[in-house]
Write a protein that binds this ligand. Structure first.
Ligand SMILES: Cc1cc2nc3c(=O)[nH]c(=O)nc-3n(C[C@H](O)[C@H](O)[C@H](O)COP(=O)(O)O)c2cc1C
Ligand code: SF4
Length: 495
């Protein structure tokens, strides 16, 4: 995991909690309009993958229980985890690429409605991603995966000074390469082959030599549109198009996208497919349905998008008609750590990953509200262009005062809390009822994120070993952790 050179261990923000009366009149607990909907408050739980779907992408009872538990806390909006738009195997991640996924998703929607008394609006984040393979065993890589060509043979002849490599049999080349030290391999393989060897093969939107990548602009609008229509059919209040982090649509937006087919290069071209996808979705679901977007305020990678790109995209997205803009940061493959052999790279292990989910081991700025300056700039530009599209700020938001001052300063319209809501899904109800001192405060040390990285069921260290003898609780596959936080005993007597 990436760390600052001389990290500073930050304490949690000192705070006080509002009385119920103060909370009632606060900005945070005022309604906000999101497209055709009104949220009861400006509180928001952004998408978090909990690794609870079946291997083939169906909703499980554990998924339903997870979202029901968040809904009990009654945030203004809850966004269901990144859900695949295609009908292809993708492990235990939710999918919405076919009608057969709708019944499970419907049950999830019903559970959230029931648990929140209808007070929490429910959106679903829909995502497309490209292939990412595990880091191979080097012997297998040279035996099976490397496609040997004349280029390798010529390079080998040059490196070894032995011209016979030019005409050598492929099997000999593979066998020889598998025994060579890094400095030889570095000179024989090209950059992408080295990446495949040392990190695992990973597709990019710029791999236009591959038919299915070249054709993404032709196929994705329809695929996203159908997925969005299924979301509507399942009863979600809206869809969030996932244009953030390490996935296909963020790849199109990225300054690293130099496709020469009109979908790469200048910003107008990079935003072309994201806007075409939006229009196809909008046409399919109609104007009376929430369509939001999540994208990056900064990619935090060398050569990647910076805030001026994000400002441009924010204005274009607002102009196009998105109902909300949810801003995230970083979370890219380009600076990910090298995975172990047999594991896949994880896009939250480099500096960009740190910026996506900052911890208390930080620089002088600390982890709290770190993305607010980016959100502010996007909001100012969107508003200056004449749009009131609500903007969600997420990243290290944890206390009432902090959230309230972001809203008071006009830096954002809605406050997203991911890990704080995971640590305590009842944050919203507790704070609103003047019982903020009962909040279980996230420590921002990313135990949950490590579980996500290991593709294990996500839980929080503050509650997953508590009250394990409680009747009726479900346990993680490892048998040691409860999957959901204990219920808040919210009657006054229990205080
Ligand atoms: C376990 C876990 C899973 C996440 N999954 C997603 C996801 O599916 N989609 C997404 O856009 N962000 C995802 N995120 C990022 C969060 O939505 C959020 O942007 C990030 O945690 C920073 O906000 P916070 O400081 O309030 O936690 C995930 C975060 C965590 C901790
Ligand atoms: S595991 Fe740690 S970082 Fe994650 S929600 Fe719990 S306290 Fe916060």
């Amino acid at each position: 995991m990436w760390k600052f050179a001389n990290p500073i261990k930050h304490a949690l923000l000192p705070t006080r909690w509002p009385t119920a009366a103060e909370a009632e009149f606060s900005l945070l607990f005022q309604p906000v309009t999101v497209g055709p909907l009104a949220l009861e408050s400006r509180t928001w739980v952004p998408a978090m993958v909990p690794w609870r779907a079946t291997e083939d992408g169906f909703v499980t009872q554990d998924n339903i229980d997870w979202y029901r538990r968040f809904a009990e806390g009654q945030p203004g909006a809850l966004v269901v985890e990144a859900t695949g738009v295609r009908d292809i195997p993708s492990g235990p991640l939710l999918r919405i690429g076919d009608h057969r996924f709708i019944p499970g998703l419907k049950k999830l929607v019903e559970a959230v409605r029931e648990a929140s008394g209808g007070d929490t609006k429910l959106f679903i984040q829909i995502i497309d991603f490209l292939a990412v393979k595990r880091r191979p065993d080097p012997a297998k890589f040279f035996q099976r995966f490397l496609q040997t060509t004349d280029r390798h043979q010529r390079a080998l002849a040059e490196v070894t000074g032995d011209a016979s490599w030019i005409t050598a049999a492929e099997s000999e080349v593979r066998e020889f390469l598998s025994r060579q030290p890094d400095d030889v391999i570095d000179r024989v393989l090209d950059e992408r082959e080295l990446e495949s060897l040392r990190f695992g093969y990973r597709e990019r939107v710029t791999d236009t030599h591959l038919d299915h990548i070249r054709e993404l602009p032709q196929v994705l609008p329809g695929i996203f549109a159908e997925a969005a229509a299924r979301a509507r059919e399942a009863g979600f209040d809206g869809v969030e198009l996932h244009y953030a982090h390490a996935y296909t649509m963020a790849g199109f937006l990225s300054a690293l996208n130099d496709r020469s087919d009109g979908y790469g290069g200048p910003r107008e071209n990079r935003s072309r497919l994201p806007l075409e996808v939006y229009r196809a979705v909008r046409e399919r679901v109609g104007d009376d349905y929430v369509v939001g977007v999540r994208f990056l305020g900064d990619e935090v990678i060398s050569g990647g998008n910076r805030i001026d790109d994000a400002v441009y995209f924010g204005v274009e997205f607002a102009k196009a008609g998105f109902d909300y803009l949810s801003i995230s940061k970083g979370g890219k493959f380009e600076d990910a750590e090298q995975p172990k052999v047999g594991a896949a790279a994880y896009p939250y292990t480099g500096k960009s990953g740190y910026e996506c989910m900052p911890t208390t081991l930080s620089d002088t700025r600390g982890p709290f509200g770190r993305s607010v300056p980016l959100v502010r700039q996007i909001k100012q530009a969107v508003n200056a262009a004449g749009f009131l599209t609500p903007i969600v700020a997420t990243g290290g938001s944890t206390t009432f005062d902090q959230a309230e001052s972001i809203l008071e300063d006009g830096d954002a319209d809605i406050i997203g809390m991911a890990r704080q809501a995971l640590a305590d899904p009842d944050w919203f109800r507790k704070v609103k009822s003047g019982r903020g001192e009962e909040v279980r405060r996230c420590t921002y040390t990313n135990y949950c994120e490590a579980l996500d990285q290991a593709h294990r069921q996500v839980t929080c260290k503050l509650w997953d070993r508590k009250e394990l003898d409680e009747a009726g609780i479900t346990m993680a596959a490892d048998g040691r952790r409860r999957l959901l936080p204990p219920h808040w005993k919210d009657n006054q007597d229990s205080k």
